[in-house]
Design a protein around this ligand. Structure first.
Ligand SMILES: [Zn+2]
Length: 375
């Protein structure tokens, strides 16, 4: 068997690998991985094949997880460890549910995070603010650079990035040679040292997609557990929205499951702004499969290129991130290189360059986009 074939086989036998490690006949440190990966596999083997009082659920999780790569099981375990003690579901029940997920490791990672978050939100006394942190910045790499990470509740991070984006856009307008990443780094540094006053320009407001039936029940005070997707790539429960956010959200688009868009509320801008907002509501995340860029950070893409006679109307517009807007095969007659976005009944799909069937973005927040809610 060739080396690549062995890795392909391993990609569907994560559970079998953990079982072998748990048997004690192999030392996971002998597989050539880093010590942290070896340690992670040892811990996973102990969870899924070690002693537990929940043997039935353990067996169910192992059965459900057969066929997954070990990398997917690692992601699942990472999210299970973040399940609230007060959640209505136990850690083992959560494992059984998540081990049944299928797709790429990235798809499973995001879907597992969304499902654990859904349970944590319902847990009494759930508050993630205590976990906010600024870490790192201690080490210098071979290029003389140092990296730190900032962890915030998702809504706070979206607000922070919206402020940075205003400054970054101004910096790029003044110096077009700046990359997006450089401009955001300059903005974060300048705000951090007090060199630029934060919020000098109001940041863009999130746009909430509300399916009409939930909108109605929300006003009747029955929709407290409805989860809404926001175009900055985060979600919010109806309860949080009512108590904290409604006053600060500038645009609320109402979509009827049958009739389509009903209206855009608090909307007082130009027609092209309305089209931009509706395109963001239609896809809360860049529609290219695997992409994680929020609609509020996307560009407006003409599905039929402007040069080819494509008009600027809602049917011909979609959000797409900078990268995927730039890489899109705008000429459908030319040989495919990167694939292209196309509007089909039910929404925007991605036609891959290999001529395979059209695909959609499986990001959990994308499932809260207007057209996904309507389908
Ligand atoms: Zn993208």
């Amino acid at each position: 068997m060739r080396a690549a074939e062995m890795i392909c086989t391993l990609a569907t036998q994560g559970m079998e690998l953990l079982e072998d490690i748990a048997s004690g006949e192999f030392r996971s440190g002998d597989f050539g991985q880093t010590s942290s990966v070896a340690g992670s596999w040892e811990r996973l083997a102990a969870v899924y094949f070690g002693a537990t009082r929940q043997r039935k659920l353990q067996a169910a999780a192992v059965a459900a997880g057969r066929g997954l790569p070990v990398a997917a099981i690692e992601k699942i375990e990472r999210h299970v460890r973040r399940l609230s003690r007060n959640a209505a579901i136990s850690a083992w029940e959560m494992r059984v549910e998540l081990c049944a997920l299928r797709g790429t490791v990235d798809d499973i990672d995001r879907e597992a995070a969304a499902r654990v978050l859904a349970h944590n939100r319902q847990a009494p006394g759930s508050d993630n603010r205590g976990l906010r942190a600024f870490r790192g910045g201690k080490n210098t790499d071979a290029q003389g650079l140092s990296t730190a990470t900032l962890t915030l509740p998702a809504r706070d991070m979206a607000t922070y990035k919206a402020h940075l984006k205003v400054t970054a856009d101004a910096l790029r307008a003044a110096d077009p040679t700046l990359s997006w990443e450089q401009a955001m780094a300059d903005a974060a540094y300048q705000h951090g040292i007090g060199g630029i006053r934060a919020g000098a320009v109001p940041p863009p407001t999130p746009f909430a997609v509300v399916p009409a039936p939930d909108y109605a029940s929300y006003w009747r005070g029955e929709g407290g557990d409805t989860v809404f997707g926001l175009n900055d790539g985060t979600t919010i429960t109806g309860r949080d929205w009512v108590t904290q956010e409604l006053a600060s959200i500038g645009h609320v688009g109402i979509f009827h499951p049958v009739d389509g868009p009903i209206d855009l509320y608090r909307e007082n801008r130009f027609a092209n702004e309305k089209q931009r907002l509706l395109a963001m509501a239609e896809n809360l995340i860049c529609p290219v499969p695997g992409c994680t860029t929020a609609a509020s950070e996307c560009q407006i893409h003409h599905l039929t290129a402007w040069e080819a006679g494509g008009e600027t109307n809602s049917a011909n517009l979609s959000v797409a991130c900078r990268v995927h807007n730039g890489r899109n095969d705008d000429d459908p007659a030319a040989p495919p290189r990167n694939g292209r976005l196309v509007r089909e009944p039910g929404g925007i799909v991605f036609h891959p360059p290999d001529g395979g069937p059209p695909r959609t973005n499986k990001h959990p927040v994308q499932a809260l986009s207007a057209m996904a809610l309507l389908s």
